[in-house]
Design a protein around this ligand. Structure first.
Ligand SMILES: [Zn+2]
Length: 293
């Protein structure tokens, strides 16, 4: 059964990858046939409507203090694999591979634009996920966080301002975590057990403090790379090509200025239906790990 799952995933990847390449070739052929004027006026229209959407929907969403995902994510002095093996049990990239379960996780939420669309897609599919929320965004959009809780999703701590944590002094680092804990508790009634550091970056010293606070650090082993503004086709291919039993899948449910997560929203129905056909169950992080939320 398991072997059959892998085989079919592999086939999906091949088909999706070749389909994607074909699509691109066709698209560039069509574009070449357009006159320059047509292309220019279309681009202007798109840019104008994008700007309008952004200014309407994202005016209230605070920017990520450490900078956009795309410009800050870089390997730290110790790789994720090094840290995981040193702090086994409290620094996780995935759950147990013994069950056909995976966890969808969404970072950087909430915003007023993409988060409700992600929530709509999850609701339609009947999937519960885990949201690693940014404290100051929770403060800006408490209604959306209440909706997450009402619809059965789990919240984790993704810092207060989305700072690049290893660059912070101890007091500021602790404040980022504790302030976010407090605001999550005020909306959910519980203290989150899980922390995901922004950009996946954390120092060993900070891991040790989180351990003393009984936190579990939950990163991921499947990166959809949706923060690059990929299409739905690309996002779903990235997930389906790498997913395996116990995977923790990283996606984003809110963006700052210039970040487009349409691909995340578009990919969800496809990823969910494909994996369900293969007998995969979608669970929250605490369900995957068999720990309290
Ligand atoms: Zn983030």
């Amino acid at each position: 059964m398991m072997r059959r799952w892998w085989m079919s995933l592999f086939l999906v990847f091949i088909v999706a990858a070749s389909g994607c390449a074909q699509g691109n070739t066709q698209k560039s052929g069509q574009q070449a046939g357009q006159t320059k004027t047509q292309a220019k006026s279309q681009n202007n229209k798109q840019a104008k409507s994008q700007m309008k959407t952004q200014s309407t929907n994202q005016a209230k969403t605070p920017q990520l203090a450490g900078g956009p995902e795309r410009s800050v994510r870089s390997p730290g002095p110790m790789t994720l694999a090094d840290l995981r093996s040193k702090y086994r049990g409290m620094f996780l990239l995935n759950g147990p591979s013994t069950k056909r379960e995976v966890a969808l996780t969404f970072d950087d939420a909430p915003d007023a634009n993409f988060t409700p669309k992600v929530l709509d897609a999850l609701k339609k599919a009947g999937v519960k996920a885990t949201f690693f929320v940014v404290g100051n965004r929770v403060a800006a959009h408490p209604d959306i966080v209440n909706r997450m809780v009402r619809e059965g999703h789990v919240l984790g701590n993704h810092s207060y301002t989305h700072a690049n944590l290893p660059k912070l002094k101890d007091a500021s680092f602790r404040d980022e975590i504790l302030k976010t804990d407090r605001i999550i508790r005020s909306h959910t009634g519980y203290l989150p057990s899980y922390v995901r550091p922004p950009y996946g970056n954390i120092s060993e010293h900070q891991i040790q403090w989180l351990r003393s606070e009984h936190k579990t650090i939950v990163n991921w082993n499947v990166d959809s790379l949706d923060w690059k503004g990929l299409s739905g086709e690309q996002v779903s291919t990235n997930i389906l090509a790498h997913v395996k039993p116990g995977s923790i899948i990283l996606q984003h449910a809110a963006g700052g200025t210039g970040e487009d997560l349409t691909g995340t929203v578009d990919a969800l129905p496809k990823v969910i239906s494909k994996l369900r056909k293969d007998g995969v169950k979608f669970v929250t992080v605490p369900e995957l790990l068999g720990t309290p939320k």
